[in-house]
Design a protein around this ligand. Structure first.
Ligand SMILES: Nc1ncnc2c1ncn2[C@@H]1O[C@H](COP(=O)(O)OP(=O)(O)O)[C@@H](O)[C@H]1O
Ligand SMILES: [Mg+2]
Length: 410
């Protein structure tokens, strides 16, 4: 087994490899204290909850404050781009700089590397590979006594030794009576909303005249961080009152449809619908096409794959900037090199649904496959190269190549 030493990847110390979000973290003081205490006693802690509720962000915050001493390393594994069990092992191995041995299953090599380690392993976005994560976590629990895992997943991994912790909404201003300015200021939802709104309108201030509207927006959005960010990004509109009113109307209409899913899921879905409806036609087209990327990606990949069929290559940068400004695309912090972007998984799935219905989906797919082949960046096992090479004739539709595993691509 070889463990490669690398200077890259860490952002706080040689022992940690946590991505450093560009926006500020709000609230969750009680939750952080609880989770930090739990992490001292349990070996597998899974943060669950619907998309956009803040699992990843909370896990990153916990991990960056975890009770690790200088001998405990922290490693972050993004499983969003992974599609199968082999990919899970590969992603963990890559995070630990463990290299595959020629005649040994990668899991065995990983286990040997992990056994002597004092480590906090953050497994982010487990839901779509839950079974593989469950198997990996079980093996680590059995054989690596000093490794603790913090997972995020919409569903628990359901294995012995797992402690499941449901991530709650951010606190919202109380519903009774007129909004009290101090109470609005204190609530986590309003703090997040204000923080993100200030990025769009730097002179915006919470006062007696607008506290009611902020409180209403926060309550309407059920304290879901992603929904609050999407609404705050729309503060360029004439007035806060208008945002509150339009949002209220839009959500009322949008949510009147299906009522089977849990309310928070409905609220987020409707907020994304609302935000999407306010995009220009070109922004919508680009947003939908971005669903073909998994993990994070660069501008040149977007230009190569998403331009065409009504979008000029020269317009891509501006359109992408518009989507970032509206919180639909996230800038991925990188230590060095060109800017990279990503879609939060819940937004990528939304975009994918839309892209499937677009006439140009096949063309986008074709360009994606061509680009991926020149880049040699199809995901999947290094040991199954031939199976992972996409045959262009198979990639006629989005759904065909959508099933392909993409790694960092761009
Ligand atoms: N406590 C928080 N403070 C600031 N931003 C937050 C907080 N919780 C979530 N967010 C932001 O809300 C969005 C959705 O959160 P995320 O952690 O990605 O959700 P999930 O992992 O549950 O899908 C992200 O942009 C994230 O940065
Ligand atoms: Mg997440």
């Amino acid at each position: 087994m070889r463990v490669r030493r690398s200077a890259a990847g860490g952002n706080t110390s040689a022992h940690t490899s946590l991505p450093n979000p560009l926006s500020s973290f709000i609230g969750r003081e009680l939750e952080l204290a609880q989770l930090e205490a739990l992490l001292r006693n349990v070996r597998l802690l899974t943060l669950t909850g619907s998309g956009g509720i803040g699992k990843t962000r909370l896990a990153l915050q916990v991990a960056s404050h975890a009770p690790h001493d200088s001998t405990q390393a922290v490693r972050f594994v993004d499983l969003a781009p992974v599609t199968d069990a082999v990919g899970v092992c590969e992603a963990v191995a890559a995070a630990l700089h463990v290299q595959e041995e020629p005649d040994q299953p990668l899991m065995d090599t990983l286990e040997q590397a992990l056994r002597p380690m004092r480590l906090l392993l953050l497994l982010d976005n487990c839901e779509h590979v839950a079974l593989a994560c469950a198997e990996l976590a079980s093996q680590i629990l059995r054989s690596c006594p000093e490794v603790t895992m913090l997972a995020t997943s919409r569903e628990p991994l359901r294995i012995p030794g797992e402690t499941v912790w449901r991530v709650p909404s951010l606190s919202a201003p109380d519903e009774n009576g007129p909004a009290n300015l101090a109470a609005v200021e204190r609530s986590e939802s309003a703090r997040l909303f204000m923080d993100r709104a200030l990025a769009v309108m730097p002179d915006f201030a919470l006062d007696h005249s607008n506290a009611q509207h902020v409180a209403e927006i926060c309550r309407r959005l059920d304290g879901i961080p992603l929904a609050l960010e999407l609404a705050a990004a729309r503060m360029g509109m004439p007035s806060l009152e208008e945002v509150a009113e339009r949002l209220n109307c839009a959500l009322h209409v949008l949510m009147a449809g299906a009522r089977t899913a849990p309310k928070r899921q409905h609220t987020l879905r409707s907020t994304i619908d609302w935000s999407y409806a306010l995009l220009s036609e070109s922004e919508r087209a680009l947003f939908d096409r971005l669903a073909v990327f998994r993990g994070d990606w660069g501008l040149s990949a977007v230009e190569a794959v998403c331009a065409g069929d009504g979008i000029q290559q020269t317009a891509v940068l501006d359109l992408l900037g518009g989507l970032v400004a509206k919180s639909l695309v996230t800038i991925q912090p990188v230590a060095v090199g060109a800017q990279r972007y990503r879609l939060l998984e819940v937004l990528r799935q939304y975009a994918a649904e839309r892209l499937e219905r677009r006439a140009e989906a096949g063309q986008v797919g074709k360009r994606c496959v061509i680009r991926a082949k020149t880049d040699g960046r199809f995901g999947g096992s290094r040991t199954r190269k031939t199976a992972d090479v996409v045959q262009p004739k198979r990639a006629k539709t989005y759904s065909d190549f959508g099933r392909m595993a993409y790694r960092r691509f761009g």
